[in-house]
Ligand binder design. Structure first.
Ligand code: HEM
Length: 401
């Protein structure tokens, strides 16, 4: 039996990664503002995580932390330059440059594109009969969409997940040297590919929807300022990673949940209109991004405890999303759950920019798969991505007949 007082987020192992929920429940019950050995705190209550995300006094800049963690290297340059790990005014500028690509009008156009890709994918699934749900289905759609938005040519697209896992993997609390090496190599290779793509776009301004996001980052100006070359490069890499890795996990985790909860699978088969609330429940129950971080720029009052300015805070989205103070019977999957105030996309000024797009992708991909293949079943041993911050399957063998 784990003594929760001894828990240290910076010393977790594979047991935690395989199934973090019992530990998170114990932390929320007994030590909801938990001190790690390095002085940082790990928050597991919904109210505390929400408060941190909503507070304007919480900082996302990670220059100091990543300097210590990575030293001077491509990973440090990447993670300290992307908008998600920065504060206003730089964060506001990049977010404004990107926002035009995510308006409801643009997303309506994407629905048609998504439906077309999913239809083609489902035909391939039918032909195969047996497949790896991640490689053959879940990762393809988000990779196609984000590559379309950034104008990444098809020949590079299959490399994206490897790069993304290597780069995002370096954000885990515990990072072995070989993962650091892989992360640095991924940033370097990715940069070389993007340099060519950006050069080409500079010389051939097309004004088309394909590559529109890249164009906006290259040519856009906010208050008379453009992105520098480094800012342009690192935000492209971030967006490519953010746009597909988490959505791949949404689709994979959803299928995993259905296979492990046959009653809910049946429910969705009987009532396909449940798909909208079902996607919210999938996001809540197995959140693709399980935790975040902030630095307290000012003292923050969490009711029973005041965390002083300068405290490094880890927010557990996964624990917040199973907090019984907010969700009835939180460890039960209920595809009709409403309301469902999960924090899978965080909230506040860094709230996920791609949340609507991810929801549409999830609804069309998961809804389409379940409807077309009522006999969808597990077909061998599944394997999880061995990371704590990001939760998803590396491999999920299924059959559809
Ligand atoms: C199920 C899929 C997704 C999940 C669970 C997810 C989750 C999140 C979360 C929790 C954050 C906040 C991180 C923080 O502040 O610490 C975030 C930020 C972000 N996400 Fe997503 N995301 C998803 C899909 C996408 C997609 C499809 C895109 C783009 C195409 C995207 C683009 C972004 C961007 C640009 C940010 C940074 C926003 C900022 O710093 O202002 N995400 N995402």
């Amino acid at each position: 039996m784990l003594d929760i007082a001894d828990f240290d987020l910076n010393a977790i192992g594979m047991d935690y990664i395989r199934n973090p929920y019992p530990v998170l429940r114990a932390l929320r019950d007994k030590s909801p503002i938990h001190r790690n050995a390095d002085g940082s705190v790990f928050l597991t209550r919904h109210a505390d995580v929400l408060k941190v995300y909503q507070s304007r006094a919480m900082l996302s800049d990670k220059t100091e932390e990543f300097g210590k963690k990575f030293g001077e290297c491509p990973l440090k340059t990447h993670h300290t330059t992307s908008l998600v790990f920065n504060d206003p005014p730089y964060h506001t500028m990049v977010r404004k440059l990107l926002a035009s690509a995510f308006t409801p009008r643009k997303l309506a156009v994407f629905e048609g594109l998504i439906e077309g890709i999913v239809d083609r994918l489902l035909d391939t699934v039918e032909e195969k009969g047996e497949l790896d749900l991640i490689d053959d289905f879940a990762k393809v759609l988000p990779t196609e969409i984000i590559s379309f938005m950034l104008g990444i040519p098809p020949e590079y697209r299959q490399k994206l997940r490897g790069y993304s896992l290597a780069i995002l993997g370096a954000l885990d609390p515990v990072v072995p040297p070989e993962r650091l090496k892989a992360g640095n190599e991924a940033v370097t290779e990715f940069t070389e590919i993007l340099t060519d793509i950006i050069d080409h776009r500079r010389r051939n301004r097309e004004g088309a929807m394909e590559g529109e996001v890249l164009e906006s980052l290259i040519f856009g100006e906010i208050d008379g300022r453009k992105l520098t070359e480094e800012e342009l490069m690192q935000n492209c890499i971030f967006l490519l990673n953010a746009g597909h890795e988490t959505t791949t996990s949404l689709v994979g985790n959803s299928v995993g949940i259905l296979l492990n909860h046959p009653d809910q699978h049946r429910r969705l088969l009987d009532d396909p209109d449940l798909i909208t609330t079902a996607v919210e429940e999938f996001l809540r129950y197995e959140s693709p991004l399980q935790q975040g971080n902030r630095m307290a720029g000012e003292d923050i009052d969490l009711g029973d405890t005041v965390l002083p300015a300068g405290t490094y805070i880890h927010t557990s989205i996964a624990a917040a999303n199973r907090d019984p103070a907010v969700f009835d019977d939180p460890d039960r999957v209920d595809l009709g759950r409403k309301p469902n105030k999960h924090l899978a996309f965080a909230t506040g000024i860094h709230i996920c920019l791609g949340a609507t797009l991810a929801r549409v992708e999830g609804r069309i991909a998961i809804g389409g798969l379940v409807k077309r293949f009522p006999k969808l079943a597990a077909n061998g041993e599944a394997r999880m991505v061995p990371l704590a911050r990001f939760r998803g399957y590396e491999s999920l063998p299924v059959r559809v007949r």
